[in-house]
Design a protein around this ligand. Sequence first.
Ligand code: GTP
Length: 368
Amino acid sequence: MQAGETAEIDPARTAAVVLVGGQGSRLRPLTLTTPKPMLPTAGVPFLAHLLSRIAAAGIRTVILGTAYRAEVFEGFLGDGSALGLDLTCRPEPEPLGTGGGIRYAADALAPGFEEVVVFNGDILSGVDVRAVVGEHRAAGADATLHLVRVPDPTAFGCVPTDPTGRVTAFLEKTLTPPTDQVNAGCYVFRRDVLDAIPAGRPVSVERETFPGLLAAGSRLQGHVESSYWLDLGTPASFVRGSADLVQGAAPTAALPGPVGTALLLPGAKVAGSASLTDGTTVGADVQIGEGARISGSVLMDGARIGDGVLVERSVIGPGATIGDDTVVTDAVVGDDASIGASCELLAGVRIWPGLVIPDGGLRFSGGA
Ligand code: GTP
């Protein structure tokens, strides 16, 4: 097989591991009750979008590496058959980190699987999985990483490669990175390489496994692909990713409605003079008052939005209430919180679940 070719995936030989055990601390308070991969994103749990892409690549067997709030996943996914997958949740006895989580999940795979594709459970990506596998096989690599080029590599550790695509280093964040290629959170491993990750203790795949393999002379390949890519780890990227899915800018086979400027779930009641734009999602049974303007935001199930409200690039948690004429911009309102009339929530502010803020023009700014 030549470099640059996509591979046929044989579902009896290639399986997937999806890591979903993190605490999602940057997305609190939304993740206090719901783990990040289960947050509703364009109308369904984010994980449904990722699993739809895995199924579309031809993979059938998926192990979900869970730790934080493991029970939430099992309740929703069952055995995965509704998604065309054979899915098993594998809760860790204690959080094992990314590398330890991969090892623990892969231990549940039958011996016949020779190759494992690993996905971080919070990355929204259009990567061509067959192309990553194709490059891995063509290079005869021990492991292959999907790499993306980012506009500001100073915010990431970077991963330089030589002209053949072989990884030459794993570099920490620096003000003068020698490349704009960064780890995109999707890997292909030969099975025996996975089996060599230490069992029974926390391991970081980024800081321990990959640098260790490189130091030992293993062949690590970088697959650079500039398809859609977004890490949904922060509130700002979470609302952007959801809006991109609604508007068709991010690939998915799990959108519960047509691509458009807004997505409405069943039972939503929107006043005739309200406007919904820029990829807004309106969850089930949400109510939106007259003259409200909602742009690029996620309104979760049962939220109530008063008359004349402006919501921009924000998340309104399930059951939360926003009083008349309030402005919510770049903010997160937690589950069942109640915001009075004529308040301003701006620039990164986060309201904790159940909090009550009275009417009266209060102004909160998170300083973001
Ligand atoms: P933050 O706390 O906001 O940094 O988010 P996070 O907890 O998700 O951490 P991070 O974004 O670094 O994690 C990358 C991926 O690894 C995510 O898909 C996490 O769910 C997953 N992950 C992190 N730690 C663990 C763990 O201990 N076990 C498992 N199974 N997955 C993990």
